[in-house]
Write a protein that binds this ligand. Sequence first.
Ligand code: SF4
Length: 691
Amino acid sequence: SAVRESLIKKTKTVCTYCGVGCSFDVWTKGRKILKVEPQADAPVNGISTCVKGKFGWDFVNSPDRLLHPLIRRGDHFETVSWDEALNYVAAKLGEIRGEYGPNAIGYISSSKCTNEENYLMQKFARAVMNTNNIDNCSRYCQAPATFGLRRTMGYGGDTGSITDIAQADLVMIVGANPAESHPVLATRVRRAHKKHGQKLIVSDLRKNDMAERADLFIHPNPGTDLVWLSAVTKYIVDQGWHDETFLREKVNGLEAYLPTLESYTLENASQITGIPTEQLVQAAEMIRDANRLCILWAMGVTQHVGGSETSTAICNLLLVTGNVGRPGTGAYPLRGHNNVQGAGDFGCAPDVFPGYEAVANDDVRQRYERHWNVTLPTEKGLNNHQMVDAIHEGSLKAMYLMGEDMTLVDANSNYVQDAFQKLEFLVVQDVFFSKTAQYADVILPASPSLEKEGTFTNTERRMQRLYQVLDPLGESRPDWKILMGLANRLGANWSYQHPSDIMAEAAAAAGMFAGVRYDRLEGYQSLQWPVLEDGTDSPLLYQDGFPFEGGKARLLPTQFFEPVCWSDPEEFDLHLNNGRMLEHFHEGNLTYRVRGIAEKVPTTYVEISPELAANRGVTDGTLVRIISRYGAVRVRAVVTDRVSGKELYLPMNSPKHEEAVNYLTGNASDVNTSTPAYKEVSVRMEVLDDK
Ligand code: SF4
């Protein structure tokens, strides 16, 4: 009836489950979520969503939600008022800063929070607490891709738009599993492949859904992508299939770069990577035959000791073949979380302000000093990895975590948990009581995305608004309000009335966002940065050159770093790979609290190849213990030919803390960005008797 309909509210939001950035209307009646309705004018997804976007929202009404601020009293937590909690946090942070200096505290921001909240978190660390010890979880996943892009092409983001990918003649997916991690984007690639004859190359350790469809599936040895990419690039140059005009007019560094390819002969590459030379030649020929090539990559590339070097090698290949600056070409690192891109863009990193401007640059820093009316620290800060080391060393005494379950998400969980036990003071600001919250002194209840306003930036640099679907549950608050309450208790004078005020301030400071205004983001409108003052945005980068000297990109030599998982085959004879599964998000805090999804996929598992299973007497459901140098987990086996030989695959999404993959991962990290080498884990397996 009309009365019943009038009680139904439809509110636009942006999905919080991956970097594709689908937007849709959420229908609610009271706190009940009736349905998710995608709209044709949603810029990325139109009328599509995946299972998480469609059904993954009941967690907002979960009885497990944190509803009140909590302070630790001995071995239990006591409910307190917001005033008491914030006064206490402000006093403790002030005390620790007074005693040990501002660099004794570390701040972690969140890719699940909005751009405005990320901006405020780095402003809080820098302008209020006077340290650059600020980071976010892109350190765990995409920092190497950003590094490779920025050093070769200029901007740390996808070069084009997701919709452009349909125009490619050839799509290469390297170390990514979009069918499960970026489902709506994968659907677009599948459609272009099927209907428009687009060709597809997939390189992965695991025969994932996209690999099943690929025209060429390449299965390299773990951690060797740089070698085969460089060999294919060399072969292309040797055959004269490179784009001479593009290189002459738009690229610097060819002379220094070419000699560094010398050792990457097909034979050498085949020996190191295990890829037959015919496949390398076939890949090169497919690239030759494509007028438009785009390369998609993710954590199968980045989470290695040489992740940033391999990301650079991908950019080099695109430049050598002239595949940048036209629709259907370019570099597409696939961001995992919904706002990984934005957390980095808005300055939650120890070395850059919003817009990736260096804290070490005097002009930039002075601009922010004027803007914020403070004196800022000149030294770059610690990244999240270094913060954990600094706790162990005794120089970092306190941490403030916004929306990050660091003791399960950072590599080597036992090492991180040991560190967190040593902290003098820990604040955890989150939606649920996470594993990390167990170590907290104060827990501040935050509101999830459906309960707040702001913007997210998806993997293609697209900024979109989310509107408030529901009121915050209990006493939970949007993160930006919590940060403002705290900053003002520490002497700041912040008076933001709405997230749009925060965005206006960020846009005035960072040229990249000059034209970003809320009225230009109304409803389903969006902007892809950089955005000029007049509102002109940038769906496709580098059409008129690159933001370097002479407008030219840079070809850069790369170095191959031998993966650490090759080091002890005697004791640890298997290789453990990890990643996402379609139904669940991240460490599982949200989606295992959605009944429909949790019923369908109630737990995690380890994938084992048929040959290994036969060899060890494992069948579906067998309980096994996986042991690495750093820890052990017990899970049940799934026997599948998605993995082969001595490869295991353990999804990162687990409902039980003790099954988290990071009890197995170690401390090795990318040489340039400190991103943990999550994908380089050697393990052994024991079959358990659980009768
Ligand atoms: Fe959400 Fe990603 Fe699924 Fe889109 S593809 S609905 S953004 S999880």
